[in-house]
Design a protein around this ligand. Structure first.
Ligand SMILES: *Cc1c(COP(=O)(O)O)cnc(C)c1O
Length: 357
């Protein structure tokens, strides 16, 4: 494993009041950085002061988008420990995205140690209030200054940190979701299984249209038949139908969410039946009409669990559980946020301790 060097900042910033910040607008004092070229491979892992970087105007990522990212969180527990939720799952998924975009894989151990060291240095940036966290954004982008379309020879990896309040400013409330039947985001054989900016670029316009109609997010259907449910823009989707938790199977065009995996594992631990399978919007609608659609919620690192109060599809509003948070959704949210805060026992080994303060 490569040695991780450290460059001291001349001065440290003032920590912001987390109760007043939004999501991802403020950044900590330091960041992790390393570079790739074919001769040296990934080299010079380092922790340096957070600062702007400069790239060539011909930087190929700006033109062709060969880039990937991750999103995870560090928490300050109720007994003053700093922990990260499932970091190795995130680093391994970064490598899965790297394979899909022909980006050279990173050494998991080097990135893991770099991440641990960065969080240890930045421990004061991990906010304490329940629901807050230090959001961790690892990313890799191609750096060849070249306008020809080809796989880049050189890359940069960085990890930046941003203290964040709970994702929804309005609190843990049900969101309204529009089922998207005009635009598509990903198709089998495409990039849907990678965490890559292209998936977001493909979703922005539909998101804007949904917002204009009064909806918070869009639910994507499969790009071929336009009937199988895929996922919400930055969250996976789960349904509680007749007591069973149903979520679309990983089919190549949706992201393998780590919160999704956590929800399924915790549900199994509780003895709640789960099923990963293909599910159509018509099946959801039929369950709704029969009174069998009990709860709907999204899962993702940013919001953790997002209760869905309304689904809009082809002119019809399906109001879920009277627009209120369902009991399973609430229990799952409390459980996972309790794992983050250390108040719930981590029986499945999801929480990695960085340091005791
Ligand atoms: C990051 C992301 C998710 C959620 O994944 P988690 O690992 O639970 O944070 C879901 N869908 C997409 C498209 C994503 O980029």
């Amino acid at each position: 494993m490569a040695e991780i060097r450290f460059e001291q900042a001349a001065a440290l910033k003032e920590k912001p009041d987390v109760s007043k910040i939004g999501f991802g607008k403020e950044f900590s004092d330091y960041m992790f950085e390393m570079d790739y070229n074919p001769k040296q491979g990934w080299h010079d892992p380092r922790i340096v002061p957070y600062r702007d970087i400069s790239v060539s105007p011909a930087n190929c990522t700006l033109h062709y988008g060969q880039a990937i990212f991750e999103g995870m969180k560090a928490f300050r527990t109720h007994d003053n420990r700093i922990v990260i939720f499932r970091p190795l799952d995130h680093i391994n998924r970064l490598n899965n995205s790297a394979r899909i975009l022909d980006i050279p894989e990173v050494d998991v151990e080097t990135v893991h140690q770099g991440l641990r060291k960065l969080i240890e240095i930045e421990k004061e940036w991990v906010p304490a209030k329940k629901g807050t966290s230090l959001y961790i954004r690892p990313f890799i982008f191609a750096t060849d200054p070249y306008l020809g379309v080809s796989v880049s020879a050189t890359y940069k990896m960085m990890i930046i940190l941003s203290p964040v309040a709970a994702y929804y400013a309005a609190g843990f409330n049900p969101v309204k979701i529009m089922v998207e039947d005009t635009y598509v985001r990903a198709v089998p054989g495409g990039l849907g299984e990678a965490k890559t900016p292209a998936n977001y670029a493909a979703s922005l316009h539909a998101g804007l249209v949904a917002h204009e109609k009064g909806y918070d997010q869009t639910l994507w259907l499969d790009g071929v038949h336009r009937k199988y449910i895929e996922e919400v823009g930055s969250m996976n989707i789960l349904f509680k139908i007749k007591g069973e938790i149903v979520t679309p199977a990983l089919c190549g065009s949706i992201l393998s969410g780590i919160t999704r995996k956590t929800v399924l594992a915790v549900a199994k631990e509780w003895g709640v039946p789960t099923s990963e399978r293909r599910i159509t919007i018509d099946e959801v609608h039929e369950a709704y009409q029969n009174g069998e659609l009990e709860e709907v919620f999204g899962s993702g690192t940013a919001a953790v669990i997002s209760p869905v109060g309304e689904l809009y599809y082809k002119g019809e509003k399906m109001v879920i559980n009277d627009g209120k948070i369902g009991p399973f959704t609430q229990k799952m949210y409390d459980h996972i946020t309790g794992l983050h805060s250390g108040e719930v026992k981590d029986t499945l080994g999801f929480v990695e301790e960085i340091i005791k303060l």
